[in-house]
Design a protein around this ligand. Structure first.
Ligand code: 5GP
Length: 211
């Protein structure tokens, strides 16, 4: 028997560029059921290997601005000189259906979601040290030195916001980080507060709970 599901949970994953967020999230999506990824819109150029509609929706600045004026974003931000935004309808529809939704967004965006959607769960993924991050960005080789320097400056600012997040993953080892994120998701799903209104659960405890 599989339990009926209540409304989905929104997981907001943030952390500096190059920290390994994308690899962790990709693996978690393959291993966890009832979890979907919110594909963001961006005006940044497509990188080799990226697929439109899967990694991002690559849109023009005009299109992005039009979407802002139509209130189409749950949040949006300018990151490293480009626009990035989370399409609201996809997220809200899936949460309503009972699916959990995962966002991979920068810290500014996460803090905006926190203000407008406080029930979301906020996870910060940090590098073991600033030097590790510098090394990873260099090795990735997708950016010029100037752009790497800009990303590192941004990373410094982002790390200052760690205390505003509920969960902290220090990504020293990819497999460990994947299983830690999966643990967070499962623990959130098992909270009594989330389950208490399901009929099957009410039948178990009698449906009266004033705590
Ligand atoms: P990248 O260009 O390396 O794919 O992403 C740069 C940064 O933008 C990353 O920190 C990523 O999490 C963030 N980002 C991606 N999509 C969104 C979004 O929809 N909103 C916000 N605020 N940040 C995003």
């Amino acid at each position: 028997m599989s339990l009926p599901r209540s409304k989905g949970i929104l997981f907001v994953i943030s952390g500096p560029s190059g920290v390994g967020k994308t690899s962790i999230i990709r693996a978690v999506l393959e291993r966890v059921e009832h979890l979907v990824f919110s594909v963001s819109c961006t005006t940044r150029p497509q990188r080799p290997g990226e697929v439109d509609g899967i990694d991002y929706f690559f849109v023009s600045t005009e299109k992005f601005q039009q979407m802002i004026s139509e209130n189409a974003f749950l949040e949006w931000a300018v990151v490293h000189d480009n626009y990035y935004g989370t399409p609201a309808s996809f997220v809200l529809e899936n949460l309503e259906k009972g699916l959990d939704v995962i966002l991979d967004i920068d810290v500014q965006g996460a803090l905006r979601v926190k203000a407008s959607y406080p029930g979301a769960k906020f996870v910060f993924i940090a590098p073991p040290s600033f030097e590790t991050l510098r090394e990873r960005l260099r090795r990735r080789g997708t950016e010029s030195d100037e752009r790497i320097a800009r990303r590192l400056e941004n990373a410094k600012r982002e790390l200052k916001h760690i205390p505003e997040f509920e969960y902290l993953l220090i990504n020293e080892d990819l497999e460990t980080s994947i299983s830690n994120l999966i643990s967070i998701i499962h623990a959130e799903r098992l909270k009594f507060e989330r389950l208490k209104d399901l009929e099957i659960v009410r039948n178990l405890y009698g449906g009266d709970h004033d705590g």
